[in-house]
Design a protein around this ligand. Structure first.
Ligand code: PEP
Ligand code: MG
Length: 603
């Protein structure tokens, strides 16, 4: 078995087709008749645009209605029509007498270098699009034919060094059951297209083209990033079964995409997504989320070598707000420190970083950093329904100081006549026992709570989950953690504010009946868990959730709770026929949920 990055889920079983795209060396001739060379370039440009439009039309037929993935190729048209890019190419031909091939080659390399140097993985992945464009134009100029995958044998698994978006888009998708490539990652356009076309894909598989032989039988597991070469009969049987189960599950979950999140007896809750950057917002919306319950902004700070300025932050928050089209976007202010170090901030090494200078403590110490972020968030609030959320609160004074600073930032925006949402909501994360125990007091000062069970479990249990020796204590099913969650939600209800949860427990199937019964208003989970959570919520009535919760809250130990919930849900799944058909798969959903609750702190 060889590994790579699983970028499009699903299982493909078939035979390999190695794609050996010839490397085209651009001619480097000097020409005297520049007018003729310009004509040659313009003709090829026209053909490139027409061909790309054809590929887009064909691709649209294969994609679902309203799927915008064809924009991936539309961007290549925008690029070749770009005035600056054309001026560059034409300039090379007219002024330096380069042949069209060399002019295109040099211009594309310049653009690729710019994209590669940008401090964003998404932008870096655009280099592959420029290379695709260059490769196709050079092929046209030299009269070479590009790879044609429009007519393939059934059950083909494409194996390539790098799969260009145009090749992926134009391939015979009826017969392709898997994609393996040596290059590319989660955000590469080949991966985006593979996901939209629902073809399992594993990218970044080292030396795939030399390790896999043409026509060899291969299994691709796009979820776990695994590729099995010449699998034995038993493996084929196991994966054929897994493939069927996966297809059944996908079909089942798809029914939930445009539905409300509602229990079987009609109790409605909000199901939102947790995101780490503005591009994740798209993923969140595609997954059927009703908003964003947590935007972890620290990644914006961690991915660079210097502090993102107000403009950069504003652009990121604004982009997410626009993507959400009026659905709520909850932006958490900088949660630095603890296990999230940002080297350029020069934070001192601490003996107990989780108990140290982190999150709101840092922000209130570095008012310059904090007010810059607040300004950026407020400005973005003019473009959607944005909320502000403060992490790691432990005292009322912290909340009051935040409110004073927020007021000042609003006043300075008013003076500058910069628009923002005057009714923007301010909420806090409840993730320390201190905040939980004064949640009745805090509730009077803020608009909403969001329970951060990842930290709340750590602090309630006094257990550093990085320490394996005490990991057995890290569990949201411990009666103390359950009581504290219940208490927080009760206090939110009494004060009439919204209670949400964005810690991992919100998506844990075993926690769902308890959270429904406690009255949680918003469940915020990772995008990949949205539909499963919606399905889980739909399987409960409030009456049944209340009964289970009454039993659980009378229990004295974590083990008792975990075992009871795991058994109860396994039996419930059996009854409704959702249980795993695969007897060899010991990791049933409830068993996984219990194991996961005692070892995971973040996504
Ligand atoms: C939490 O603590 O539950 C949470 C959502 O925050 P993070 O995991 O980013 O600390
Ligand atoms: Mg936290």
């Amino acid at each position: 078995m060889i590994r790579g990055i699983g970028t499009s889920k699903g299982i493909g079983i078939g035979h390999a087709l190695i794609i050996d795209e010839p490397q085209i060396e651009a001619k480097t001739e000097i020409v005297s008749d520049t007018a003729a060379e310009l004509r040659r370039y313009e003709n090829v440009k026209k053909k490139f645009i027409a061909d790309t439009q054809n590929i887009i039309e064909e691709l649209k037929k294969k994609l679902k209605k309203n799927d915008k993935t064809s924009l991936v190729l539309q961007n290549q048209i925008y690029l070749i029509e770009d005035i600056e890019m054309n001026q560059q190419i034409i300039g090379f031909i007219e002024n330096e007498h380069l042949c069209a091939d060399a002019a295109v080659d040099r211009t594309c390399s310049l653009y690729a270098d710019i994209f590669a140097s940008l401090d964003s993985e998404v932008m870096n992945q655009r280099v592959a699009d420029i290379e695709d464009l260059k490769h196709r134009i050079l092929s046209m100029l030299s009269g070479n034919v590009t790879v044609d995958l429009s007519n393939l044998e059934p059950d083909t698994i494409i194996v390539a060094k790098q799969l260009h978006p145009s090749v992926t888009a134009a391939m015979d998708t009826k017969h392709v059951v898997g994609i393996i490539a040596e290059k590319g990652g989660e955000t590469s356009h080949a991966a985006i297209l593979a996901r939209a076309l629902e073809i399992p894909a594993v990218l970044s598989v080292k030396d795939a083209c030399s390790k896999i032989a043409d026509n060899e039988s291969v299994i691709v597991d796009g979820e776990y990033g695994e590729v099995f070469l010449k699998p034995i009969e038993k493996t084929v049987q196991i994966y054929t079964k897994k493939k069927k189960e996966y297809q059944k599950k996908v079909k089942e979950l798809k029914k939930y995409i445009d539905r409300e999140t509602v229990t079987s007896d009609g109790y409605k809750v909000c199901l939102a997504a947790n995101i780490g950057n503005e591009d994740d917002a798209v993923k969140g919306m595609k997954s059927g989320a009703e908003g964003v319950g947590l935007f972890r902004t620290e990644f914006l700070f961690m991915n660079g070598v210097s502090m993102p300025d107000e403009e950069k932050q504003f652009e990121a928050y604004k982009k997410a707000a626009i993507v959400l089209k009026g659905k709520t976007l909850t932006i958490r202010t900088l949660d630095v420190g603890g296990d999230k170090n940002i080297p350029y901030m020069g934070l001192a090494k601490e003996t107990n970083p989780f108990l140290g200078y982190r999150a709101i403590r840092f922000c209130l110490g570095r008012v310059d950093v904090f007010t810059t972020q607040l300004r950026a968030i407020l400005r973005a609030s003019a473009f959607g329904k944005v909320r502000i959320m403060i992490p790691l609160v432990t005292s009322l004074e912290e909340v009051l100081r935040v409110k004073t600073l927020l007021k000042k930032v609003k006043e300075s925006l008013d003076k500058q006549k910069i628009p923002y949402d005057k009714d923007i909501k301010l909420g806090i994360m409840i993730e320390t026992p201190a905040a939980a125990l004064i949640s009745d007091l805090l509730a009077k000062e803020v608009d909403f709570f969001s329970i951060g069970t990842n930290d709340l479990t750590q602090y309630t249990m006094a257990v550093d989950r990085g320490n394996e020796n005490v990991a057995y204590l890290y569990s949201v099913f411990h009666p103390s953690v359950l009581r504290i969650i219940k208490y927080i939600i009760e206090n939110a209800k009494k004060a009439g504010i919204e209670a949400g949860m964005c810690g991992e427990a919100a998506g844990n199937p075993c926690m769902i009946p308890l959270l429904l019964s406690f009255g949680l208003d918003e469940f915020s989970v990772s995008p990949s868990n949205v539909l499963e959570t919606r399905k889980n919520i739909a399987s409960w009535s409030i009456r049944e959730a209340d009964e289970v919760t009454t039993s659980v809250m009378a229990m004295c130990t974590e083990k008792e709770v975990a075992n009871y919930l795991s058994d109860y849900i396994a039996a419930k799944e059996q009854r409704s026929g959702f249980a795993s058909q695969n007897k060899e798969d010991k990791s049933s959903a409830p068993a996984r949920a219990v194991a996961f609750a005692s070892q995971t702190r973040r996504i």
